[in-house]
Design a binder for this molecule. Sequence first.
Ligand code: S5P
Length: 258
Amino acid sequence: KRVVLPYEQRAELAKNAVAKQLFNIMATKKTNLCLSVDLTSTTQILDLLEKVGEHICLVKTHADIIEDFSNDFTTRMKQLSNRFNFLILEDRKYADIGHIVSLQYLKGVHRISQWADCVTAHSLPGEGILKALFASGDNHGVFLLAEMSSEGNLITPEYKLSTVTMASKYPELITGYVCQNKDTFTDPGLIQLTPGVQLESSRDDFGQVYNTPEKVIIENGGDVIVVGRGIVAAKSPETQAVLYKDTLWKCYTKRISG
Ligand code: S5P
């Protein structure tokens, strides 16, 4: 079963270069924390990454919410990612025809392909979206949305199954799935990225549902855990990042020791 194999062994089984790298980073730094740095100013983002970079394996961005986005910002973020050894995931959630997605990935003000190690995409438009992303770069990766954390989302079990079947044709491209449950896929070389996590179960005012680290990692098979407001909205994000890192890692070690 994939969930009980340690990350260093799963790195060997990964067919996507980014998945292999991410498994190795987690094993080396002993952290499976992905910080969702959902802030709107580049200084805020860079300051926070400077403080928490050593505690994370991955940073997840939403480039389109940043008010002063620039090439200089992505250059600096890349420098931090090299200094602290974490990867960058742009959570663009592509959902258009392949031709447009390719342009959205390569062009526009954000030029995502130039700085993001991996991106998120919906399977909704069909295989063309994967074909286009595959053709638009190398040494990059895609986390495909197979489930969502928000209540009332329209993803069905059939949609999830077809998503995984579709992705299986692009093993070199797929880093893993954004999902909530371990039954979503079986390949141990792929990564389960799980958002909707806080230390206490709760929800926000717009349908987001939060589960605890124990639930998402031990019960539900989460490999890389996405935390946004649990850290960025805390009084001391740095202290909170350490707390999340330790809690999440403890759950992972408990899971692999059976
Ligand atoms: O199902 C999902 C998928 C994603 S990628 N639910 C999510 O919440 N996300 C993202 O995770 C969302 O876009 C946001 O950036 C982050 C959750 O942030 P938080 O502040 O609620 O922890």
